[in-house]
Design a protein around this ligand. Sequence first.
Ligand code: SF4
Length: 288
Amino acid sequence: MKKKAMFYKRLDDDKVHCYLCPHNCLIKEGDLGKCSVRLNEEGSLFSTNYGQVTALSLDPIEKKPLKFFKPNSKILSVGSFGCNLTCSFCQNYSIAQFTDYHSHSQQVSVRELSDTVFNTSDNIGVAFTYNEPSIWYEYVFESAKLIKERDKNKSVVLVTNGFISEEPLKELLPFVDAMNIDLKAFSNEYYENICGGRINPVLKSIEIAAKECHVEVTTLLVTGENDNLEEIEDLSKFLGSIDRDIPLHLARYFPMYKMDNPPTNIDLMYEAKEIASKHLNNVVLGNV
Ligand code: SF4
């Protein structure tokens, strides 16, 4: 279903400027933005994945991963398709990197999603995950707002790459309880070459979000790309400068999608944990 997008401006000759994320796409009439899910139709911008659900599942909160937010609970997890980054190692590439998903997704209205959240037993709320929630913005925003209006104790969680502009992030945060934000590396070169993004907006998102809700950070250590201990120490120092209590998940990488480097060395994972623990109180290893 198409829905009029938020956070864009109409320009001359039917072009639009989308400023939902730091790509700041200028989109010609009939074209999509870099995320491939926002379409310029006659000078208006539309979200094309609004309400299109590809996956819905009741997951343990630890699977998000959130280790220090309502532990041992379960959360209804929902996702659509599309992403604004193009990571070569994408773990969810089948839904994140392919956008011709309309025939494989089901339309779920905001009210239906909210009813499912409330009718699912043993469920603390909703987690927007699987694909990038920030480019599913209109649906995520409306759903989160409605769920909070119905019961402010229901939890709203985002599992995100953090590559979102400040204004939309700040507008969404009042309805969000917890986030897991990927910090893919501590180098802009890595973001540009491997993920098709930039690091600074992600660092800013972590800083902003950490003031407003529970934040945990995940870094996938990719062999030969971002697994040097100096970089891991710099990354941990940055997080520690915001708050030493921000949990950091150091996740082991396995070959996936376009990346065939060997899996992360296990001994290095333990060394990385030791180094990161100099700056942070809660460092957790994942996939080991
Ligand atoms: S959300 Fe999509 S269209 Fe908008 S700026 Fe980001 S990549 Fe471009």
